[in-house]
Design a protein around this ligand. Sequence first.
Ligand SMILES: *Cc1c(COP(=O)(O)O)cnc(C)c1O
Length: 421
Amino acid sequence: MDHFLYRDGILMAEDVALADIAASVGTPVYVYSTATLRRHYTVFAEALAGMDHLICYAMKALSNQAVLKLLGDMGAGMDVVSGGEYARALAAGIPGERIVFSGVGKTRDEMARALQGGVRQFNVESEPELEALDRVARQMDTVAPITLRVNPDVDAGTHEKIATGRRQDKFGIPIARAPQVYAKAARMPGLRVVGIDVHIGSQLTDLAPFEAAYAKVAELTRLLRSQGHAIDRLDLGGGLGIPYVQDNAAPPLPSDYGAMIRRTLGDLGCQIEIEPGRLIAGNAGVLVASVIYLKQGEDRDFLILDAAMNDLIRPSMYGAHHDIVPLVQPAPGVDRAAVDIVGPVCESGDTFARARPMPPLGEGDLVAFRSAGAYGAVMASEYNSRPLIPEVLVDRDQFAVIRARPTIDEMIERDTIPAWL
Ligand SMILES: *Cc1c(COP(=O)(O)O)cnc(C)c1O
Protein backbone atom coordinates (compact mmCIF):
# COMPACT_ATOMS: atom_id res chain seq x y z
CA MET A 1 0.00 0.00 0.00
CA ASP A 2 1.24 3.51 -0.74
CA HIS A 3 0.13 7.13 -0.50
CA PHE A 4 0.08 8.03 -4.21
CA LEU A 5 -3.64 8.11 -4.94
CA TYR A 6 -5.98 10.07 -7.18
CA ARG A 7 -8.06 12.64 -5.37
CA ASP A 8 -10.70 14.40 -7.49
CA GLY A 9 -8.90 13.10 -10.58
CA ILE A 10 -5.51 14.50 -9.53
CA LEU A 11 -2.62 12.20 -8.58
CA MET A 12 -1.41 13.10 -5.10
CA ALA A 13 1.63 12.32 -3.00
CA GLU A 14 -0.07 12.25 0.42
CA ASP A 15 -1.75 15.71 0.50
CA VAL A 16 0.38 17.34 -2.20
CA ALA A 17 -0.54 17.28 -5.90
CA LEU A 18 2.37 15.80 -7.84
CA ALA A 19 1.72 18.42 -10.53
CA ASP A 20 2.49 21.15 -7.96
CA ILE A 21 5.86 19.55 -7.23
CA ALA A 22 6.56 19.27 -10.96
CA ALA A 23 5.69 22.95 -11.41
CA SER A 24 7.94 23.99 -8.55
CA VAL A 25 10.94 21.68 -9.04
CA GLY A 26 10.67 20.75 -12.72
CA THR A 27 10.72 17.29 -14.26
CA PRO A 28 11.97 14.62 -14.20
CA VAL A 29 11.87 14.34 -10.41
CA TYR A 30 11.73 11.56 -7.83
CA VAL A 31 9.09 12.04 -5.13
CA TYR A 32 9.01 9.99 -1.90
CA SER A 33 6.29 9.66 0.72
CA THR A 34 7.26 9.73 4.41
CA ALA A 35 3.98 8.07 5.40
CA THR A 36 4.72 5.13 3.09
CA LEU A 37 8.32 4.76 4.28
CA ARG A 38 7.16 4.84 7.90
CA ARG A 39 4.38 2.39 7.23
CA HIS A 40 6.67 -0.13 5.56
CA TYR A 41 9.18 0.04 8.40
CA THR A 42 6.38 -0.38 10.95
CA VAL A 43 4.94 -3.38 9.11
CA PHE A 44 8.29 -5.19 9.47
CA ALA A 45 8.63 -4.14 13.11
CA GLU A 46 5.16 -5.57 13.81
CA ALA A 47 5.98 -8.75 11.90
CA LEU A 48 8.94 -9.41 14.21
CA ALA A 49 7.35 -8.04 17.41
CA GLY A 50 8.11 -10.15 20.46
CA MET A 51 11.35 -11.45 18.96
CA ASP A 52 14.65 -9.76 19.78
CA HIS A 53 15.35 -8.15 16.41
CA LEU A 54 16.89 -5.28 14.45
CA ILE A 55 15.69 -4.08 11.05
CA CYS A 56 18.79 -3.03 9.11
CA TYR A 57 17.48 -1.10 6.11
CA ALA A 58 19.47 -2.05 2.99
CA MET A 59 20.30 1.52 2.08
CA LYS A 60 21.57 0.70 -1.40
CA ALA A 61 17.87 0.75 -2.41
CA LEU A 62 17.53 4.48 -1.64
CA SER A 63 20.25 6.23 0.32
CA ASN A 64 19.29 9.90 0.54
CA GLN A 65 20.27 11.37 3.92
CA ALA A 66 16.69 12.45 4.65
CA VAL A 67 15.39 8.91 4.14
CA LEU A 68 18.13 7.44 6.34
CA LYS A 69 17.38 9.99 9.08
CA LEU A 70 13.65 9.25 8.92
CA LEU A 71 14.20 5.49 9.27
CA GLY A 72 17.02 5.88 11.80
CA ASP A 73 14.73 7.98 14.01
CA MET A 74 12.28 5.08 14.01
CA GLY A 75 15.03 2.79 15.33
CA ALA A 76 16.26 1.26 12.09
CA GLY A 77 19.79 0.01 11.67
CA MET A 78 21.48 0.05 8.28
CA ASP A 79 22.94 -2.58 6.00
CA VAL A 80 25.82 -0.97 4.10
CA VAL A 81 27.88 -2.38 1.24
CA SER A 82 30.63 0.23 0.79
CA GLY A 83 32.67 2.81 2.62
CA GLY A 84 30.51 5.47 0.99
CA GLU A 85 27.33 3.94 2.37
CA TYR A 86 28.94 3.53 5.79
CA ALA A 87 29.83 7.23 5.81
CA ARG A 88 26.32 8.16 4.67
CA ALA A 89 24.79 6.13 7.51
CA LEU A 90 27.01 7.80 10.11
CA ALA A 91 26.30 11.24 8.61
CA ALA A 92 22.56 10.60 8.97
CA GLY A 93 23.06 9.93 12.67
CA ILE A 94 22.91 6.13 12.67
CA PRO A 95 25.15 4.84 15.50
CA GLY A 96 27.84 2.36 14.51
CA GLU A 97 26.34 -0.36 16.69
CA ARG A 98 23.33 -0.39 14.36
CA ILE A 99 25.36 -0.65 11.13
CA VAL A 100 25.94 -4.02 9.50
CA PHE A 101 28.70 -4.13 6.86
CA SER A 102 27.94 -6.45 3.93
CA GLY A 103 29.54 -6.85 0.51
CA VAL A 104 31.74 -9.26 -1.37
CA GLY A 105 34.74 -6.95 -1.83
CA LYS A 106 35.34 -4.90 1.32
CA THR A 107 38.72 -3.19 1.16
CA ARG A 108 41.12 -2.97 4.10
CA ASP A 109 40.55 0.75 4.15
CA GLU A 110 36.77 0.28 4.43
CA MET A 111 37.28 -2.25 7.24
CA ALA A 112 39.53 0.13 9.15
CA ARG A 113 37.10 3.04 8.84
CA ALA A 114 34.21 0.93 10.11
CA LEU A 115 36.24 -0.43 13.03
CA GLN A 116 37.20 3.14 13.86
CA GLY A 117 33.68 4.56 13.66
CA GLY A 118 31.91 1.55 15.16
CA VAL A 119 30.12 -1.36 13.52
CA ARG A 120 27.62 -3.95 14.65
CA GLN A 121 29.21 -6.72 12.61
CA PHE A 122 30.92 -7.49 9.35
CA ASN A 123 29.18 -10.09 7.22
CA VAL A 124 32.27 -11.82 5.83
CA GLU A 125 31.94 -13.43 2.42
CA SER A 126 35.21 -15.30 1.83
CA GLU A 127 38.32 -16.73 3.47
CA PRO A 128 40.66 -14.07 2.02
CA GLU A 129 38.34 -11.42 3.46
CA LEU A 130 38.39 -13.20 6.84
CA GLU A 131 42.20 -13.11 6.87
CA ALA A 132 42.32 -9.47 5.82
CA LEU A 133 39.83 -8.38 8.49
CA ASP A 134 41.69 -10.30 11.20
CA ARG A 135 44.91 -8.51 10.21
CA VAL A 136 43.29 -5.06 10.07
CA ALA A 137 41.62 -5.51 13.46
CA ARG A 138 44.81 -6.75 15.11
CA GLN A 139 46.79 -3.83 13.68
CA MET A 140 44.21 -1.53 15.27
CA ASP A 141 44.41 -3.48 18.51
CA THR A 142 40.72 -4.29 18.37
CA VAL A 143 38.43 -7.23 17.71
CA ALA A 144 35.98 -7.28 14.79
CA PRO A 145 32.54 -8.85 15.36
CA ILE A 146 31.70 -11.11 12.42
CA THR A 147 29.18 -13.42 10.88
CA LEU A 148 29.95 -15.52 7.84
CA ARG A 149 27.61 -15.08 4.94
CA VAL A 150 26.76 -18.59 3.87
CA ASN A 151 25.59 -19.51 0.40
CA PRO A 152 22.80 -22.05 0.95
CA ASP A 153 22.55 -23.06 -2.73
CA VAL A 154 18.87 -22.13 -2.94
CA ASP A 155 17.36 -20.72 -6.11
CA ALA A 156 15.34 -17.64 -5.18
CA GLY A 157 13.36 -17.94 -8.42
CA THR A 158 13.99 -14.29 -9.22
CA HIS A 159 15.66 -12.39 -12.06
CA GLU A 160 19.08 -13.79 -13.03
CA LYS A 161 20.83 -10.52 -12.15
CA ILE A 162 19.49 -10.37 -8.59
CA ALA A 163 19.71 -14.04 -7.52
CA THR A 164 22.55 -14.35 -4.99
CA GLY A 165 22.11 -17.65 -3.15
CA ARG A 166 22.93 -20.28 -5.77
CA ARG A 167 26.26 -22.10 -5.82
CA GLN A 168 27.32 -20.35 -9.06
CA ASP A 169 26.72 -16.87 -7.59
CA LYS A 170 29.69 -14.85 -6.33
CA PHE A 171 28.23 -14.37 -2.85
CA GLY A 172 29.00 -16.07 0.44
CA ILE A 173 30.78 -19.22 1.58
CA PRO A 174 29.37 -22.58 0.46
CA ILE A 175 27.28 -23.74 3.40
CA ALA A 176 28.93 -27.16 3.44
CA ARG A 177 32.30 -25.53 3.99
CA ALA A 178 31.03 -23.22 6.74
CA PRO A 179 32.08 -25.40 9.73
CA GLN A 180 35.71 -25.37 8.57
CA VAL A 181 35.68 -21.61 8.03
CA TYR A 182 34.03 -20.97 11.41
CA ALA A 183 36.74 -23.11 13.03
CA LYS A 184 39.36 -21.01 11.26
CA ALA A 185 37.66 -17.74 12.33
CA ALA A 186 37.55 -18.91 15.95
CA ARG A 187 41.35 -19.25 15.92
CA MET A 188 41.86 -15.66 14.74
CA PRO A 189 42.51 -13.24 17.63
CA GLY A 190 41.27 -10.21 15.62
CA LEU A 191 37.80 -11.70 15.15
CA ARG A 192 34.82 -12.56 17.32
CA VAL A 193 32.14 -14.80 15.82
CA VAL A 194 28.63 -13.53 16.65
CA GLY A 195 26.35 -15.30 14.21
CA ILE A 196 25.42 -16.39 10.70
CA ASP A 197 24.33 -14.31 7.68
CA VAL A 198 22.40 -15.28 4.56
CA HIS A 199 20.86 -13.27 1.69
CA ILE A 200 19.54 -15.20 -1.29
CA GLY A 201 18.36 -12.48 -3.66
CA SER A 202 15.95 -9.67 -4.35
CA GLN A 203 12.33 -9.30 -5.48
CA LEU A 204 11.32 -12.74 -4.16
CA THR A 205 7.62 -13.34 -4.63
CA ASP A 206 7.43 -16.64 -2.78
CA LEU A 207 8.35 -17.56 0.80
CA ALA A 208 9.48 -21.11 -0.06
CA PRO A 209 13.08 -20.25 -1.07
CA PHE A 210 13.47 -18.13 2.10
CA GLU A 211 12.16 -20.99 4.20
CA ALA A 212 14.49 -23.49 2.52
CA ALA A 213 17.47 -21.21 3.18
CA TYR A 214 16.46 -20.45 6.78
CA ALA A 215 15.96 -24.16 7.54
CA LYS A 216 19.57 -24.70 6.45
CA VAL A 217 20.64 -21.81 8.68
CA ALA A 218 18.79 -23.39 11.64
CA GLU A 219 20.58 -26.67 11.05
CA LEU A 220 23.94 -24.91 10.76
CA THR A 221 23.26 -22.95 13.98
CA ARG A 222 22.81 -26.21 15.92
CA LEU A 223 25.90 -27.74 14.37
CA LEU A 224 28.12 -24.71 15.04
CA ARG A 225 26.88 -24.42 18.61
CA SER A 226 27.71 -28.09 19.19
CA GLN A 227 31.23 -27.22 17.99
CA GLY A 228 31.52 -24.48 20.59
CA HIS A 229 30.73 -21.35 18.55
CA ALA A 230 28.60 -18.56 20.02
CA ILE A 231 25.85 -18.17 17.44
CA ASP A 232 23.65 -15.49 18.99
CA ARG A 233 22.62 -13.52 15.95
CA LEU A 234 21.05 -14.53 12.64
CA ASP A 235 21.13 -12.00 9.82
CA LEU A 236 18.51 -13.18 7.34
CA GLY A 237 19.17 -10.66 4.56
CA GLY A 238 16.54 -8.83 2.55
CA GLY A 239 14.76 -9.69 -0.64
CA LEU A 240 11.03 -9.65 -0.01
CA GLY A 241 9.40 -8.57 -3.28
CA ILE A 242 6.84 -5.87 -3.99
CA PRO A 243 3.93 -5.71 -6.44
CA TYR A 244 5.10 -3.76 -9.50
CA VAL A 245 1.83 -4.33 -11.36
CA GLN A 246 -1.19 -3.02 -9.52
CA ASP A 247 -3.89 -5.56 -8.82
CA ASN A 248 -1.52 -8.40 -9.65
CA ALA A 249 -1.11 -11.41 -7.39
CA ALA A 250 0.52 -9.83 -4.36
CA PRO A 251 3.85 -11.09 -3.02
CA PRO A 252 3.85 -12.47 0.53
CA LEU A 253 3.19 -9.95 3.28
CA PRO A 254 5.87 -9.07 5.84
CA SER A 255 3.53 -10.55 8.48
CA ASP A 256 3.64 -13.95 6.71
CA TYR A 257 7.39 -13.58 6.38
CA GLY A 258 7.68 -12.85 10.11
CA ALA A 259 5.52 -15.85 10.99
CA MET A 260 7.72 -18.06 8.83
CA ILE A 261 10.86 -16.75 10.58
CA ARG A 262 9.30 -17.50 13.96
CA ARG A 263 8.38 -20.99 12.80
CA THR A 264 11.77 -21.82 11.28
CA LEU A 265 14.16 -20.08 13.67
CA GLY A 266 12.14 -18.93 16.67
CA ASP A 267 13.23 -21.71 19.02
CA LEU A 268 16.95 -20.94 18.68
CA GLY A 269 16.88 -17.92 20.97
CA CYS A 270 18.91 -15.85 18.52
CA GLN A 271 18.61 -12.17 17.85
CA ILE A 272 17.14 -11.75 14.37
CA GLU A 273 18.38 -9.16 11.89
CA ILE A 274 16.69 -8.54 8.57
CA GLU A 275 17.86 -6.28 5.74
CA PRO A 276 14.85 -5.17 3.69
CA GLY A 277 15.52 -2.54 1.03
CA ARG A 278 13.06 -2.73 -1.83
CA LEU A 279 10.01 -3.40 0.33
CA ILE A 280 10.65 -0.31 2.43
CA ALA A 281 11.52 2.11 -0.37
CA GLY A 282 10.04 0.71 -3.59
CA ASN A 283 6.42 1.75 -3.36
CA ALA A 284 7.34 4.82 -1.34
CA GLY A 285 8.55 6.63 -4.46
CA VAL A 286 7.43 7.72 -7.90
CA LEU A 287 9.30 9.23 -10.80
CA VAL A 288 7.42 12.14 -12.38
CA ALA A 289 8.19 12.93 -16.02
CA SER A 290 6.76 15.10 -18.82
CA VAL A 291 5.89 14.15 -22.34
CA ILE A 292 8.23 15.91 -24.79
CA TYR A 293 6.69 14.59 -27.99
CA LEU A 294 4.21 12.08 -29.26
CA LYS A 295 5.96 10.73 -32.36
CA GLN A 296 4.18 8.68 -34.96
CA GLY A 297 5.95 5.43 -35.79
CA GLU A 298 5.51 2.92 -38.58
CA ASP A 299 4.00 0.33 -36.27
CA ARG A 300 3.24 2.17 -33.05
CA ASP A 301 3.48 5.68 -31.73
CA PHE A 302 6.26 6.67 -29.36
CA LEU A 303 5.59 8.64 -26.23
CA ILE A 304 8.93 10.43 -25.70
CA LEU A 305 9.46 11.50 -22.09
CA ASP A 306 12.01 13.78 -20.46
CA ALA A 307 13.03 10.89 -18.16
CA ALA A 308 15.40 8.30 -19.54
CA MET A 309 17.28 5.10 -18.76
CA ASN A 310 19.97 7.09 -16.95
CA ASP A 311 17.33 8.25 -14.44
CA LEU A 312 15.60 4.87 -13.99
CA ILE A 313 17.55 1.94 -15.37
CA ARG A 314 15.40 -0.95 -14.13
CA PRO A 315 13.40 -1.42 -17.35
CA SER A 316 16.48 -1.60 -19.57
CA MET A 317 18.63 -3.49 -17.03
CA TYR A 318 16.17 -6.09 -15.77
CA GLY A 319 13.33 -5.81 -18.26
CA ALA A 320 11.38 -4.52 -15.27
CA HIS A 321 7.79 -3.34 -15.46
CA HIS A 322 6.71 -0.04 -13.92
CA ASP A 323 3.14 1.13 -14.05
CA ILE A 324 3.11 4.52 -15.79
CA VAL A 325 0.06 6.65 -15.06
CA PRO A 326 -1.02 10.15 -16.04
CA LEU A 327 -1.13 12.75 -13.27
CA VAL A 328 -4.61 13.66 -14.44
CA GLN A 329 -6.86 10.65 -14.11
CA PRO A 330 -8.35 9.66 -17.47
CA ALA A 331 -12.13 9.73 -17.75
CA PRO A 332 -13.70 6.31 -17.21
CA GLY A 333 -14.03 4.39 -20.46
CA VAL A 334 -11.58 6.57 -22.36
CA ASP A 335 -9.95 4.84 -25.34
CA ARG A 336 -6.45 3.57 -24.75
CA ALA A 337 -3.92 3.03 -27.53
CA ALA A 338 -0.75 0.97 -27.35
CA VAL A 339 2.35 3.16 -27.38
CA ASP A 340 6.06 2.63 -26.78
CA ILE A 341 7.18 4.78 -23.88
CA VAL A 342 10.77 5.90 -24.34
CA GLY A 343 13.36 8.41 -23.16
CA PRO A 344 15.58 10.77 -25.18
CA VAL A 345 18.85 8.81 -24.71
CA CYS A 346 20.61 7.60 -27.84
CA GLU A 347 20.08 3.87 -27.24
CA SER A 348 17.23 1.64 -28.30
CA GLY A 349 17.44 0.17 -24.81
CA ASP A 350 16.14 3.50 -23.52
CA THR A 351 12.64 2.05 -23.57
CA PHE A 352 10.42 2.00 -20.50
CA ALA A 353 7.51 0.07 -21.97
CA ARG A 354 6.50 -1.46 -25.29
CA ALA A 355 2.93 -1.49 -26.60
CA ARG A 356 1.64 -0.09 -23.31
CA PRO A 357 -2.06 0.81 -23.49
CA MET A 358 -2.23 4.49 -22.55
CA PRO A 359 -4.95 7.12 -22.61
CA PRO A 360 -4.37 10.03 -25.02
CA LEU A 361 -1.34 12.09 -23.93
CA GLY A 362 0.55 14.88 -25.64
CA GLU A 363 3.29 17.45 -25.23
CA GLY A 364 3.59 18.80 -21.71
CA ASP A 365 1.37 16.16 -20.09
CA LEU A 366 2.75 14.65 -16.90
CA VAL A 367 3.08 10.98 -15.97
CA ALA A 368 4.29 9.09 -12.90
CA PHE A 369 6.24 5.84 -12.80
CA ARG A 370 4.99 3.92 -9.81
CA SER A 371 7.17 1.79 -7.52
CA ALA A 372 10.28 3.78 -8.41
CA GLY A 373 11.55 4.48 -4.89
CA ALA A 374 13.98 1.55 -4.71
CA TYR A 375 16.89 1.09 -7.12
CA GLY A 376 15.81 4.27 -8.92
CA ALA A 377 17.72 7.43 -7.97
CA VAL A 378 20.60 5.39 -6.52
CA MET A 379 21.30 3.72 -9.87
CA ALA A 380 21.09 6.93 -11.89
CA SER A 381 23.98 8.21 -13.97
CA GLU A 382 24.75 11.29 -16.05
CA TYR A 383 24.87 9.36 -19.31
CA ASN A 384 24.31 11.64 -22.30
CA SER A 385 25.38 14.48 -19.94
CA ARG A 386 21.97 14.55 -18.35
CA PRO A 387 22.36 15.96 -14.80
CA LEU A 388 21.13 13.72 -11.97
CA ILE A 389 17.50 14.50 -11.28
CA PRO A 390 16.27 15.94 -7.98
CA GLU A 391 14.62 14.11 -5.11
CA VAL A 392 11.67 15.45 -3.12
CA LEU A 393 10.22 14.21 0.17
CA VAL A 394 6.55 14.73 1.01
CA ASP A 395 5.05 14.71 4.49
CA ARG A 396 1.30 15.28 4.51
CA ASP A 397 0.80 18.72 2.93
CA GLN A 398 4.44 19.79 2.87
CA PHE A 399 7.33 18.86 0.64
CA ALA A 400 11.04 19.58 0.50
CA VAL A 401 13.76 19.10 -2.07
CA ILE A 402 16.11 16.60 -0.43
CA ARG A 403 18.57 16.61 -3.31
CA ALA A 404 18.68 19.54 -5.70
CA ARG A 405 19.07 19.23 -9.43
CA PRO A 406 22.64 20.20 -10.29
CA THR A 407 23.09 22.77 -13.01
CA ILE A 408 24.76 21.82 -16.26
CA ASP A 409 27.65 24.13 -15.30
CA GLU A 410 28.15 22.28 -12.02
CA MET A 411 28.29 19.05 -13.95
CA ILE A 412 30.91 20.38 -16.35
CA GLU A 413 32.97 22.01 -13.59
CA ARG A 414 33.72 18.61 -12.07
CA ASP A 415 36.01 17.91 -15.02
CA THR A 416 39.55 19.30 -15.15
CA ILE A 417 41.53 20.08 -18.26
CA PRO A 418 45.23 19.50 -17.39
CA ALA A 419 47.54 22.52 -17.76
CA TRP A 420 49.70 20.61 -20.22
CA LEU A 421 46.88 20.08 -22.68
C1 LIG B 1 20.55 -5.89 -1.86
C2 LIG B 1 20.71 -6.50 -0.53
C3 LIG B 1 19.66 -6.42 0.40
C4 LIG B 1 18.33 -5.79 0.10
O1 LIG B 1 17.60 -6.49 -0.85
P1 LIG B 1 16.08 -6.04 -1.16
O2 LIG B 1 15.65 -6.96 -2.21
O3 LIG B 1 16.14 -4.63 -1.61
O4 LIG B 1 15.32 -6.19 0.10
C5 LIG B 1 19.88 -6.95 1.66
N1 LIG B 1 21.06 -7.52 1.98
C6 LIG B 1 22.09 -7.62 1.13
C7 LIG B 1 23.35 -8.25 1.55
C8 LIG B 1 21.94 -7.12 -0.17
O5 LIG B 1 22.95 -7.22 -1.04
